[in-house]
Design a protein around this ligand. Structure first.
Ligand SMILES: Cc1cc2nc3c(=O)[nH]c(=O)nc-3n(C[C@H](O)[C@H](O)[C@H](O)COP(=O)(O)OP(=O)(O)OC[C@H]3O[C@@H](n4cnc5c(N)ncnc54)[C@H](O)[C@@H]3O)c2cc1C
Length: 495
Protein backbone atom coordinates (compact mmCIF):
# COMPACT_ATOMS: atom_id res chain seq x y z
CA UNK A 1 0.00 0.00 0.00
CA UNK A 2 1.37 3.44 -0.87
CA UNK A 3 2.24 5.76 1.97
CA UNK A 4 -0.21 8.47 3.05
CA UNK A 5 1.12 11.88 2.08
CA UNK A 6 1.35 14.62 4.69
CA UNK A 7 2.25 18.30 4.23
CA UNK A 8 3.70 20.15 7.20
CA UNK A 9 3.44 23.93 6.88
CA UNK A 10 6.39 25.58 8.65
CA UNK A 11 9.87 24.32 9.56
CA UNK A 12 9.86 25.85 13.04
CA UNK A 13 10.58 23.51 15.95
CA UNK A 14 6.99 22.23 16.12
CA UNK A 15 6.75 21.57 12.37
CA UNK A 16 10.11 19.81 12.27
CA UNK A 17 9.17 17.72 15.28
CA UNK A 18 5.82 16.72 13.74
CA UNK A 19 7.58 15.88 10.46
CA UNK A 20 10.16 13.68 12.19
CA UNK A 21 7.52 11.71 14.12
CA UNK A 22 5.24 11.30 11.09
CA UNK A 23 8.07 10.24 8.79
CA UNK A 24 9.24 7.81 11.45
CA UNK A 25 5.71 6.38 11.60
CA UNK A 26 5.76 5.61 7.88
CA UNK A 27 4.10 8.66 6.31
CA UNK A 28 5.49 10.44 3.24
CA UNK A 29 6.15 13.90 4.66
CA UNK A 30 6.90 17.16 2.87
CA UNK A 31 7.68 20.26 4.94
CA UNK A 32 7.17 23.69 3.34
CA UNK A 33 8.97 26.66 4.87
CA UNK A 34 8.79 30.21 3.59
CA UNK A 35 12.22 31.16 4.96
CA UNK A 36 15.52 29.88 3.62
CA UNK A 37 16.50 27.67 6.57
CA UNK A 38 15.11 25.64 9.49
CA UNK A 39 14.05 26.75 12.96
CA UNK A 40 11.39 29.43 12.47
CA UNK A 41 11.80 31.81 15.40
CA UNK A 42 14.82 29.72 16.39
CA UNK A 43 16.64 30.18 13.09
CA UNK A 44 19.99 31.89 12.60
CA UNK A 45 21.45 34.48 10.32
CA UNK A 46 25.03 35.31 9.43
CA UNK A 47 26.35 38.83 8.93
CA UNK A 48 29.80 40.44 8.94
CA UNK A 49 31.44 37.26 10.25
CA UNK A 50 28.96 36.82 13.13
CA UNK A 51 26.37 34.08 13.61
CA UNK A 52 23.25 35.26 15.40
CA UNK A 53 20.44 33.19 16.88
CA UNK A 54 17.31 35.13 16.00
CA UNK A 55 15.19 34.13 19.00
CA UNK A 56 15.78 31.52 21.70
CA UNK A 57 18.96 31.54 23.72
CA UNK A 58 18.00 29.74 26.96
CA UNK A 59 18.31 25.97 26.59
CA UNK A 60 16.23 24.75 29.51
CA UNK A 61 14.54 21.37 30.07
CA UNK A 62 17.27 19.24 28.45
CA UNK A 63 15.23 16.14 29.30
CA UNK A 64 12.57 17.16 26.75
CA UNK A 65 15.14 17.43 23.96
CA UNK A 66 16.66 14.10 25.00
CA UNK A 67 13.24 12.45 25.04
CA UNK A 68 12.50 13.82 21.56
CA UNK A 69 15.67 12.30 20.09
CA UNK A 70 15.23 9.10 22.07
CA UNK A 71 11.68 8.65 20.72
CA UNK A 72 13.23 8.67 17.26
CA UNK A 73 15.99 6.19 18.03
CA UNK A 74 18.68 8.80 18.49
CA UNK A 75 20.25 11.05 21.12
CA UNK A 76 21.11 14.74 21.46
CA UNK A 77 24.86 14.12 21.21
CA UNK A 78 24.37 12.57 17.74
CA UNK A 79 23.36 16.01 16.44
CA UNK A 80 24.89 18.75 18.58
CA UNK A 81 27.00 19.22 21.68
CA UNK A 82 25.74 20.78 24.89
CA UNK A 83 27.68 22.74 27.45
CA UNK A 84 26.43 23.42 30.97
CA UNK A 85 26.66 27.11 31.86
CA UNK A 86 27.86 27.60 35.43
CA UNK A 87 26.97 30.17 36.66
CA UNK A 88 23.78 29.73 34.66
CA UNK A 89 23.03 33.43 34.48
CA UNK A 90 23.56 36.78 36.13
CA UNK A 91 21.03 39.26 37.47
CA UNK A 92 21.74 43.00 37.79
CA UNK A 93 19.63 44.78 40.40
CA UNK A 94 18.97 48.42 41.24
CA UNK A 95 22.09 50.05 42.62
CA UNK A 96 24.28 47.83 40.47
CA UNK A 97 24.37 44.82 42.81
CA UNK A 98 24.57 41.56 40.87
CA UNK A 99 24.22 37.88 41.58
CA UNK A 100 25.55 35.00 39.50
CA UNK A 101 23.34 31.96 39.82
CA UNK A 102 25.35 28.79 40.44
CA UNK A 103 24.27 25.38 39.16
CA UNK A 104 25.19 23.47 42.31
CA UNK A 105 22.11 23.20 44.61
CA UNK A 106 24.22 23.61 47.78
CA UNK A 107 25.86 26.77 46.44
CA UNK A 108 22.49 28.13 45.42
CA UNK A 109 21.05 27.50 48.90
CA UNK A 110 24.06 29.29 50.42
CA UNK A 111 23.51 32.24 48.10
CA UNK A 112 19.86 32.41 49.20
CA UNK A 113 20.89 32.14 52.85
CA UNK A 114 23.35 35.03 52.50
CA UNK A 115 20.53 37.22 51.19
CA UNK A 116 17.93 36.20 53.75
CA UNK A 117 18.22 34.10 56.92
CA UNK A 118 16.34 30.79 56.49
CA UNK A 119 15.90 31.22 52.72
CA UNK A 120 18.36 28.42 51.92
CA UNK A 121 16.30 25.79 53.71
CA UNK A 122 13.08 27.23 52.33
CA UNK A 123 14.52 27.03 48.82
CA UNK A 124 15.27 23.33 49.28
CA UNK A 125 11.65 22.71 50.33
CA UNK A 126 10.26 24.93 47.55
CA UNK A 127 12.34 23.01 45.02
CA UNK A 128 11.03 19.66 46.26
CA UNK A 129 7.50 20.76 45.37
CA UNK A 130 8.61 22.34 42.08
CA UNK A 131 10.29 19.05 41.14
CA UNK A 132 7.15 17.10 42.00
CA UNK A 133 5.11 19.41 39.75
CA UNK A 134 7.62 19.20 36.92
CA UNK A 135 7.82 15.42 36.97
CA UNK A 136 4.06 14.85 37.24
CA UNK A 137 3.35 17.40 34.53
CA UNK A 138 5.84 15.75 32.19
CA UNK A 139 4.56 12.26 32.93
CA UNK A 140 0.85 12.89 32.86
CA UNK A 141 -0.27 16.23 31.46
CA UNK A 142 2.05 18.02 29.07
CA UNK A 143 2.02 15.40 26.30
CA UNK A 144 -1.81 15.42 26.08
CA UNK A 145 -3.55 16.95 23.04
CA UNK A 146 -5.95 19.10 25.08
CA UNK A 147 -8.95 17.87 23.09
CA UNK A 148 -11.22 16.87 25.97
CA UNK A 149 -11.51 17.18 29.75
CA UNK A 150 -11.40 13.39 30.18
CA UNK A 151 -7.70 13.46 29.27
CA UNK A 152 -7.12 14.94 32.68
CA UNK A 153 -9.27 12.32 34.48
CA UNK A 154 -6.33 10.26 35.55
CA UNK A 155 -6.37 9.57 39.29
CA UNK A 156 -2.62 10.14 39.59
CA UNK A 157 -3.12 13.51 37.96
CA UNK A 158 -6.14 14.39 40.05
CA UNK A 159 -4.43 13.34 43.24
CA UNK A 160 -1.52 15.63 42.29
CA UNK A 161 -3.83 18.58 41.57
CA UNK A 162 -3.86 19.91 45.13
CA UNK A 163 -0.06 19.99 45.24
CA UNK A 164 -0.08 21.67 41.84
CA UNK A 165 -1.60 24.75 43.45
CA UNK A 166 -3.65 25.44 40.35
CA UNK A 167 -5.61 28.21 41.99
CA UNK A 168 -2.71 29.99 43.54
CA UNK A 169 -0.25 32.13 41.59
CA UNK A 170 3.51 32.01 41.21
CA UNK A 171 3.61 35.41 42.89
CA UNK A 172 1.76 34.16 45.95
CA UNK A 173 3.92 31.08 46.37
CA UNK A 174 7.21 32.92 45.79
CA UNK A 175 6.36 35.78 48.14
CA UNK A 176 5.06 33.37 50.80
CA UNK A 177 8.49 31.75 50.78
CA UNK A 178 10.98 34.56 50.14
CA UNK A 179 11.06 38.20 51.17
CA UNK A 180 14.31 39.61 49.87
CA UNK A 181 13.44 41.52 46.67
CA UNK A 182 16.43 40.06 44.81
CA UNK A 183 15.30 36.51 45.56
CA UNK A 184 11.71 37.32 44.69
CA UNK A 185 12.79 38.75 41.33
CA UNK A 186 14.98 35.72 40.66
CA UNK A 187 12.18 33.26 41.39
CA UNK A 188 9.49 35.18 39.52
CA UNK A 189 11.50 35.80 36.37
CA UNK A 190 10.78 32.46 34.59
CA UNK A 191 7.19 33.64 34.05
CA UNK A 192 8.63 35.76 31.27
CA UNK A 193 9.22 32.51 29.38
CA UNK A 194 5.52 31.78 29.75
CA UNK A 195 4.61 35.16 28.30
CA UNK A 196 2.79 36.17 31.44
CA UNK A 197 3.11 37.98 34.77
CA UNK A 198 3.72 36.40 38.19
CA UNK A 199 0.28 37.29 39.58
CA UNK A 200 -1.53 35.81 36.56
CA UNK A 201 0.47 32.62 36.21
CA UNK A 202 -0.79 29.55 38.09
CA UNK A 203 1.57 28.33 40.79
CA UNK A 204 1.73 25.06 38.87
CA UNK A 205 4.39 26.82 36.82
CA UNK A 206 6.82 27.10 39.71
CA UNK A 207 7.90 23.92 37.95
CA UNK A 208 9.86 26.39 35.79
CA UNK A 209 12.02 27.20 38.83
CA UNK A 210 12.94 23.55 38.96
CA UNK A 211 13.57 23.52 35.22
CA UNK A 212 15.79 26.59 35.36
CA UNK A 213 17.62 26.24 38.66
CA UNK A 214 18.00 22.46 38.99
CA UNK A 215 18.00 20.99 35.47
CA UNK A 216 20.47 23.65 34.42
CA UNK A 217 21.02 26.32 31.81
CA UNK A 218 22.74 24.73 28.82
CA UNK A 219 24.30 26.06 25.66
CA UNK A 220 24.15 24.15 22.37
CA UNK A 221 27.50 24.69 20.64
CA UNK A 222 27.03 26.80 17.53
CA UNK A 223 23.91 28.32 19.11
CA UNK A 224 20.24 27.37 18.88
CA UNK A 225 20.70 27.13 15.13
CA UNK A 226 22.57 23.86 15.78
CA UNK A 227 19.46 22.48 17.46
CA UNK A 228 17.25 23.53 14.54
CA UNK A 229 19.67 22.08 12.01
CA UNK A 230 19.99 18.87 14.04
CA UNK A 231 16.24 18.37 14.24
CA UNK A 232 15.81 19.16 10.53
CA UNK A 233 18.57 16.66 9.68
CA UNK A 234 16.91 14.02 11.86
CA UNK A 235 13.54 14.61 10.16
CA UNK A 236 15.26 14.22 6.77
CA UNK A 237 17.05 11.15 8.01
CA UNK A 238 13.64 9.67 8.78
CA UNK A 239 12.57 10.41 5.20
CA UNK A 240 10.90 13.83 5.42
CA UNK A 241 11.58 16.25 2.56
CA UNK A 242 12.01 19.91 3.49
CA UNK A 243 11.38 22.59 0.90
CA UNK A 244 12.73 26.03 1.85
CA UNK A 245 11.69 29.33 0.31
CA UNK A 246 8.22 27.88 -0.25
CA UNK A 247 5.28 29.81 1.19
CA UNK A 248 1.99 27.92 1.29
CA UNK A 249 -0.78 30.19 -0.02
CA UNK A 250 -3.92 28.10 0.44
CA UNK A 251 -5.23 24.83 1.83
CA UNK A 252 -7.42 22.92 -0.63
CA UNK A 253 -10.72 21.45 0.64
CA UNK A 254 -13.25 19.04 -0.85
CA UNK A 255 -15.89 16.77 0.67
CA UNK A 256 -15.20 17.92 4.24
CA UNK A 257 -11.50 17.02 4.06
CA UNK A 258 -8.32 18.88 3.22
CA UNK A 259 -7.03 17.72 -0.13
CA UNK A 260 -3.75 19.56 -0.55
CA UNK A 261 -2.01 22.91 -0.68
CA UNK A 262 -1.22 25.67 -3.10
CA UNK A 263 2.47 26.48 -3.16
CA UNK A 264 4.79 28.04 -5.74
CA UNK A 265 1.83 28.67 -8.00
CA UNK A 266 0.88 24.99 -8.18
CA UNK A 267 -1.46 22.60 -6.36
CA UNK A 268 -0.03 19.56 -4.56
CA UNK A 269 -2.33 16.81 -3.25
CA UNK A 270 -2.00 15.54 0.32
CA UNK A 271 -3.93 13.17 2.58
CA UNK A 272 -3.37 15.27 5.69
CA UNK A 273 -1.85 18.55 6.85
CA UNK A 274 -0.09 19.83 9.95
CA UNK A 275 -0.30 23.63 10.04
CA UNK A 276 2.69 24.59 12.19
CA UNK A 277 2.87 28.34 11.56
CA UNK A 278 1.15 30.91 13.80
CA UNK A 279 -2.36 29.51 14.35
CA UNK A 280 -4.36 32.71 13.76
CA UNK A 281 -2.34 33.45 10.63
CA UNK A 282 -2.70 29.89 9.29
CA UNK A 283 -6.47 30.06 9.64
CA UNK A 284 -6.89 33.59 8.30
CA UNK A 285 -4.55 33.18 5.32
CA UNK A 286 -5.06 29.59 4.26
CA UNK A 287 -8.68 28.66 5.05
CA UNK A 288 -12.05 30.07 3.97
CA UNK A 289 -13.95 31.54 6.99
CA UNK A 290 -16.40 28.63 7.23
CA UNK A 291 -13.57 26.22 8.02
CA UNK A 292 -11.73 28.27 10.63
CA UNK A 293 -11.90 27.14 14.25
CA UNK A 294 -11.82 30.74 15.49
CA UNK A 295 -13.00 34.13 14.33
CA UNK A 296 -10.83 37.26 14.59
CA UNK A 297 -12.71 38.34 17.75
CA UNK A 298 -11.52 35.20 19.55
CA UNK A 299 -7.87 36.20 19.17
CA UNK A 300 -8.62 39.79 20.23
CA UNK A 301 -9.78 38.49 23.62
CA UNK A 302 -6.73 36.32 24.24
CA UNK A 303 -3.71 37.28 26.32
CA UNK A 304 -0.73 37.06 24.04
CA UNK A 305 2.87 36.72 25.11
CA UNK A 306 4.68 40.04 24.59
CA UNK A 307 6.39 41.19 21.48
CA UNK A 308 9.94 42.45 21.93
CA UNK A 309 12.59 44.80 20.71
CA UNK A 310 15.77 42.95 19.80
CA UNK A 311 19.22 44.15 18.78
CA UNK A 312 21.81 41.87 17.23
CA UNK A 313 25.24 43.42 17.77
CA UNK A 314 28.71 42.57 16.54
CA UNK A 315 31.43 44.24 18.63
CA UNK A 316 35.06 44.72 17.65
CA UNK A 317 36.07 44.05 21.22
CA UNK A 318 35.40 41.39 23.86
CA UNK A 319 33.73 42.32 27.15
CA UNK A 320 34.77 39.35 29.25
CA UNK A 321 33.18 40.58 32.45
CA UNK A 322 29.75 40.21 30.83
CA UNK A 323 28.16 36.80 31.48
CA UNK A 324 26.59 34.60 28.82
CA UNK A 325 23.10 35.53 30.11
CA UNK A 326 22.49 38.77 32.01
CA UNK A 327 19.11 40.00 33.22
CA UNK A 328 19.00 43.75 33.73
CA UNK A 329 16.40 43.81 36.49
CA UNK A 330 17.12 47.19 38.03
CA UNK A 331 13.47 48.14 37.52
CA UNK A 332 10.26 46.68 38.90
CA UNK A 333 8.67 43.86 36.88
CA UNK A 334 5.13 45.10 37.67
CA UNK A 335 5.59 48.55 36.18
CA UNK A 336 6.96 47.11 32.97
CA UNK A 337 4.28 44.38 33.02
CA UNK A 338 1.48 46.94 33.31
CA UNK A 339 2.75 48.62 30.14
CA UNK A 340 2.70 45.27 28.38
CA UNK A 341 -0.67 43.89 29.49
CA UNK A 342 -2.80 46.67 30.97
CA UNK A 343 -1.99 49.96 29.30
CA UNK A 344 0.11 48.98 26.30
CA UNK A 345 2.88 51.50 25.73
CA UNK A 346 6.62 51.64 25.22
CA UNK A 347 7.87 51.02 28.76
CA UNK A 348 9.00 53.95 30.91
CA UNK A 349 11.32 51.80 33.06
CA UNK A 350 11.99 48.54 31.25
CA UNK A 351 13.66 45.31 32.26
CA UNK A 352 15.77 43.79 29.52
CA UNK A 353 18.11 40.92 28.83
CA UNK A 354 21.51 40.55 27.18
CA UNK A 355 22.91 37.34 25.74
CA UNK A 356 26.63 37.18 25.00
CA UNK A 357 26.88 33.94 23.05
CA UNK A 358 30.55 34.60 22.36
CA UNK A 359 31.22 34.19 26.09
CA UNK A 360 30.89 30.43 25.54
CA UNK A 361 31.45 29.97 21.83
CA UNK A 362 34.29 31.38 19.76
CA UNK A 363 32.65 30.25 16.53
CA UNK A 364 29.86 32.85 16.64
CA UNK A 365 32.11 35.92 16.29
CA UNK A 366 35.45 36.74 14.67
CA UNK A 367 38.45 36.25 16.98
CA UNK A 368 38.62 38.96 19.63
CA UNK A 369 35.06 40.11 18.90
CA UNK A 370 31.79 39.77 20.81
CA UNK A 371 28.33 38.72 19.70
CA UNK A 372 25.51 40.31 21.71
CA UNK A 373 21.76 39.95 21.63
CA UNK A 374 19.66 42.54 23.51
CA UNK A 375 16.00 41.82 24.18
CA UNK A 376 13.38 44.07 25.76
CA UNK A 377 9.81 42.70 26.17
CA UNK A 378 7.18 44.98 24.67
CA UNK A 379 3.38 45.11 24.39
CA UNK A 380 1.99 43.63 21.18
CA UNK A 381 0.47 45.87 18.53
CA UNK A 382 2.59 48.98 19.21
CA UNK A 383 4.02 51.08 16.39
CA UNK A 384 7.80 50.62 16.29
CA UNK A 385 9.28 53.48 14.25
CA UNK A 386 13.08 53.58 13.77
CA UNK A 387 13.49 56.48 16.18
CA UNK A 388 11.72 54.60 18.99
CA UNK A 389 13.94 51.58 18.43
CA UNK A 390 16.99 53.86 18.45
CA UNK A 391 15.96 55.61 21.69
CA UNK A 392 15.55 52.31 23.50
CA UNK A 393 18.88 51.14 22.17
CA UNK A 394 20.50 54.12 23.87
CA UNK A 395 18.66 53.35 27.11
CA UNK A 396 19.88 49.74 27.11
CA UNK A 397 23.43 50.69 26.09
CA UNK A 398 23.58 53.21 28.97
CA UNK A 399 22.59 50.54 31.47
CA UNK A 400 25.08 48.07 30.02
CA UNK A 401 27.73 50.78 30.34
CA UNK A 402 26.86 51.21 34.01
CA UNK A 403 27.31 47.47 34.54
CA UNK A 404 30.58 47.21 32.58
CA UNK A 405 32.10 50.55 33.40
CA UNK A 406 32.72 50.92 29.66
CA UNK A 407 30.62 51.86 26.67
CA UNK A 408 29.98 49.20 24.03
CA UNK A 409 28.83 51.77 21.45
CA UNK A 410 32.21 52.82 20.03
CA UNK A 411 32.96 49.14 19.31
CA UNK A 412 29.86 48.25 17.30
CA UNK A 413 30.65 47.03 13.81
CA UNK A 414 27.33 45.31 13.10
CA UNK A 415 23.87 46.25 14.37
CA UNK A 416 20.42 45.07 13.37
CA UNK A 417 17.11 45.66 15.12
CA UNK A 418 14.03 43.44 15.09
CA UNK A 419 10.63 44.37 16.52
CA UNK A 420 6.82 44.18 16.23
CA UNK A 421 6.69 44.80 12.47
CA UNK A 422 9.30 42.13 11.79
CA UNK A 423 7.35 39.50 13.73
CA UNK A 424 4.28 40.32 11.66
CA UNK A 425 6.18 40.29 8.38
CA UNK A 426 8.19 37.14 9.06
CA UNK A 427 5.56 34.97 10.78
CA UNK A 428 2.21 36.69 10.37
CA UNK A 429 2.36 36.94 14.18
CA UNK A 430 -0.89 38.32 15.62
CA UNK A 431 -0.10 41.95 16.56
CA UNK A 432 3.57 41.02 16.38
CA UNK A 433 3.63 38.70 19.39
CA UNK A 434 7.01 37.04 19.87
CA UNK A 435 6.07 33.70 21.31
CA UNK A 436 2.39 32.88 21.22
CA UNK A 437 -0.21 32.82 23.94
CA UNK A 438 0.57 33.45 27.58
CA UNK A 439 0.24 30.42 29.86
CA UNK A 440 -2.41 31.82 32.19
CA UNK A 441 -4.84 29.36 33.85
CA UNK A 442 -7.58 30.15 31.33
CA UNK A 443 -5.12 29.50 28.50
CA UNK A 444 -3.65 26.22 29.71
CA UNK A 445 -4.23 22.64 28.42
CA UNK A 446 -7.83 22.14 27.22
CA UNK A 447 -8.34 25.91 27.29
CA UNK A 448 -5.76 26.58 24.59
CA UNK A 449 -6.69 26.83 20.89
CA UNK A 450 -7.64 23.33 19.73
CA UNK A 451 -5.18 21.18 17.92
CA UNK A 452 -7.74 19.61 15.63
CA UNK A 453 -9.76 21.52 13.07
CA UNK A 454 -13.43 21.04 13.99
CA UNK A 455 -14.66 20.57 10.42
CA UNK A 456 -11.66 19.12 8.65
CA UNK A 457 -10.57 15.94 10.46
CA UNK A 458 -7.31 15.61 8.52
CA UNK A 459 -6.08 19.13 9.43
CA UNK A 460 -4.15 19.53 12.68
CA UNK A 461 -2.41 22.59 14.17
CA UNK A 462 0.93 22.55 15.97
CA UNK A 463 3.10 25.18 17.62
CA UNK A 464 3.34 27.69 20.38
CA UNK A 465 -0.28 28.89 20.05
CA UNK A 466 -1.81 25.51 20.76
CA UNK A 467 -0.82 22.91 23.41
CA UNK A 468 1.30 22.91 25.45
CA UNK A 469 2.58 26.52 25.05
CA UNK A 470 5.49 28.84 24.28
CA UNK A 471 9.15 27.79 24.22
CA UNK A 472 11.29 25.40 22.22
CA UNK A 473 10.71 22.32 24.45
CA UNK A 474 6.91 22.83 24.29
CA UNK A 475 7.18 23.28 20.50
CA UNK A 476 8.87 19.87 20.22
CA UNK A 477 6.14 18.37 22.38
CA UNK A 478 3.46 20.13 20.33
CA UNK A 479 4.86 18.56 17.15
CA UNK A 480 4.74 15.13 18.72
CA UNK A 481 1.17 15.53 19.92
CA UNK A 482 0.01 16.91 16.56
CA UNK A 483 1.71 14.03 14.74
CA UNK A 484 -0.10 11.62 17.06
CA UNK A 485 -3.49 13.25 16.45
CA UNK A 486 -3.06 13.14 12.66
CA UNK A 487 -1.64 9.61 12.70
CA UNK A 488 -4.68 8.61 14.78
CA UNK A 489 -6.95 9.82 11.98
CA UNK A 490 -5.22 7.29 9.73
CA UNK A 491 -5.48 4.54 12.36
CA UNK A 492 -1.84 4.74 13.42
CA UNK A 493 -0.36 5.41 16.84
CA UNK A 494 2.65 7.49 17.83
CA UNK A 495 4.02 6.84 21.34
C1 LIG B 1 12.94 36.61 20.69
C2 LIG B 1 12.54 35.25 21.19
C3 LIG B 1 13.24 34.68 22.23
C4 LIG B 1 12.90 33.40 22.67
N1 LIG B 1 13.64 32.83 23.66
C5 LIG B 1 13.43 31.53 23.97
C6 LIG B 1 14.35 30.84 24.81
O1 LIG B 1 15.33 31.43 25.26
N2 LIG B 1 14.13 29.52 25.06
C7 LIG B 1 13.05 28.85 24.54
O2 LIG B 1 12.89 27.65 24.78
N3 LIG B 1 12.16 29.50 23.73
C8 LIG B 1 12.33 30.80 23.42
N4 LIG B 1 11.51 31.43 22.55
C9 LIG B 1 10.28 30.77 22.10
C10 LIG B 1 10.53 29.75 21.00
O3 LIG B 1 11.47 30.23 20.09
C11 LIG B 1 9.22 29.48 20.27
O4 LIG B 1 8.19 29.21 21.20
C12 LIG B 1 9.31 28.28 19.33
O5 LIG B 1 10.52 28.31 18.59
C13 LIG B 1 8.09 28.31 18.41
O6 LIG B 1 8.15 27.28 17.47
P1 LIG B 1 6.92 27.06 16.49
O7 LIG B 1 7.24 25.88 15.67
O8 LIG B 1 5.65 27.04 17.26
O9 LIG B 1 6.81 28.40 15.60
P2 LIG B 1 7.82 29.16 14.65
O10 LIG B 1 9.20 29.08 15.14
O11 LIG B 1 7.28 30.52 14.45
O12 LIG B 1 7.74 28.38 13.27
C14 LIG B 1 6.69 28.56 12.36
C15 LIG B 1 7.28 28.49 10.97
O13 LIG B 1 6.22 28.50 10.02
C16 LIG B 1 6.66 29.23 8.89
N5 LIG B 1 5.50 29.64 8.12
C17 LIG B 1 4.49 30.44 8.53
N6 LIG B 1 3.57 30.58 7.55
C18 LIG B 1 4.01 29.82 6.51
C19 LIG B 1 3.48 29.53 5.23
N7 LIG B 1 2.31 30.03 4.82
N8 LIG B 1 4.18 28.72 4.40
C20 LIG B 1 5.38 28.19 4.79
N9 LIG B 1 5.91 28.44 6.01
C21 LIG B 1 5.24 29.22 6.87
C22 LIG B 1 7.44 30.37 9.50
O14 LIG B 1 8.31 30.96 8.55
C23 LIG B 1 8.17 29.67 10.63
O15 LIG B 1 9.43 29.20 10.21
C24 LIG B 1 11.82 32.70 22.08
C25 LIG B 1 11.12 33.29 21.03
C26 LIG B 1 11.48 34.55 20.58
C27 LIG B 1 10.75 35.14 19.44
Amino acid sequence: MSKKKIAVIGAGMSGLSAAAYLANAGFAVDVYEKHSGPGGRARQFQAAGYTFDMGPSWYWMPDVFERFFHDLGSKVSDWYRLRLLDPGFEVVYAGGETIRVPHDPGDLCRLFEEKEAGAGARLAEYMRLAKFKYERAMERAVYKPGLRVTELMDWRLLSAAVRWQLFSSIRREVRKTFRHPHLVALMEFPVLFLGSMPDRTPALYTLMNYAGLRLGTWYPEGGFGSVAKGIAALAEDKGARIVYGAEVKRIGIAGGRVTGIEVDGGEVAYDGIVAAGDYAHMEAMLLPPAYRNYKAGYWEKKTFAPSCLIFYLGLRKRFDSLSHHTLFFEEDIDGHGAQIYEEPAWPSRPLFYVCRTSASDEAVAPAGHDNLFLLMPLATGLPDPPQMRADYFELMADRIMRRLGEDIRPHIEYKRSYCVRDFIEDYGAFKGNAYGLANTLSQTAIFRPRMRNRKLPNLVYAGQLTVPGPGVPPALISGKIAAGVLAGYFGKKID
